[in-house]
Ligand binder design. Structure first.
Ligand SMILES: Nc1ncnc2c1ncn2[C@@H]1O[C@H](COP(=O)(O)OP(=O)(O)O)[C@@H](O)[C@H]1O
Ligand SMILES: [Mg+2]
Length: 251
């Protein structure tokens, strides 16, 4: 089972957009689960229309609480619930609280082949849980030099989780989000990311797009014909690069 966290310390950088497009993309080929770990529930509302009262938080806090999945044919969603706001204070008081999600995935039934995790914009117990349960991490970044700060803390946390919690979260790469090819800052950010962190920066970029902004309220993805023309092309290219990177790592 591949478990891919889409994470960044900052908000508004494209985590939810990328997680939703990755999960729907993978679900065409694999039995896929999208876990929404952001209390705001943006991914849940995007794909399921509304947010149920209980969801992933209750299953992390009470290990015998059954994980309620909103299930489609090949894509299931572990919905965000309000209780996620409690996790940062409650989980540290529990023995092994940092590994609650890893344990939950260990006992998950349903034969999922790919799990995509939409992370909240913070570095706390929830993201530590996500990283500790992940095989791979993808970090969307805005084309701004300020982007590097948000990445640094996440990268330090990933390394600490791998070292101290026997994690195996591999940094698959950075994906530039909401770019404009006419602006040179995207190129500078690419160079700075590669230089500072030594990780792959995906060639494909998600270009800035006005129609993309309406996708969550319409409950659509860019994959649907005409929904977001540049997005459809960009997400397809990025998705191909990501699947190639995942396949290369398996060998
Ligand atoms: N291609 C795009 N170009 C510009 N803005 C976009 C694009 N796709 C999504 N957005 C907008 O960017 C904002 C942040 O995206 P989101 O995926 O919610 O980021 P995060 O989960 O990191 O907070 C949202 O308001 C969304 O509507
Ligand atoms: Mg989000």
């Amino acid at each position: 089972m591949r478990v891919i966290s889409v994470a960044n310390h900052k908000g508004g950088v494209g985590k939810t957009s990328l997680a939703v497009h990755l999960a729907t993309g993978f679900s065409r080929q694999f039995k896929t689960l999208l876990i929404d770990l952001d209390a705001q529930g943006n991914a849940t509302k995007w794909l399921a229309g509304s947010q149920p009262a209980t969801g992933i938080a209750e299953s992390l806090l009470q290990e015998d609480f059954p994980l309620a999945l909103l299930a489609g044919k090949t894509l299931s969603i572990a919905p965000a619930s309000r209780g996620l706001t409690l996790l940062d204070t409650v989980l540290p008081t529990r023995p092994g609280g940092q590994l609650a999600l890893r344990r939950l995935l260990g006992r998950l039934e349903g034969g999922f082949e790919v799990v995509v995790i939409d992370c909240p914009p913070s570095i706390g117990q929830v993201v530590v849980n996500a990283l500790a349960a992940s095989t791979d991490v993808i970090v969307p970044v805005l084309p701004s030099m300020l982007a590097l700060e948000g990445v640094k803390l996440l990268e330090e946390t990933r390394q600490a989780v791998n070292t101290n919690l026997q994690g195996k979260a591999h940094m698959l790469g950075f994906a530039l989000f909401a770019t404009d090819k006419r602006e040179s800052v995207g190129k500078q950010v690419r160079g700075a990311l590669a230089k500072n962190f030594g990780h792959h920066v995906f060639q494909a970029e998600i270009r800035r797009s006005t129609s993309a902004v309406y996708l969550p309220v319409k409950g659509k993805t860019a994959w649907e014909p005409g929904a977001d023309v540049s997005g459809a092309k960009d997400y397809a290219e990025l998705f191909n690069e990501i699947t190639a990177a995942l396949a290369a790592r398996r060998q």
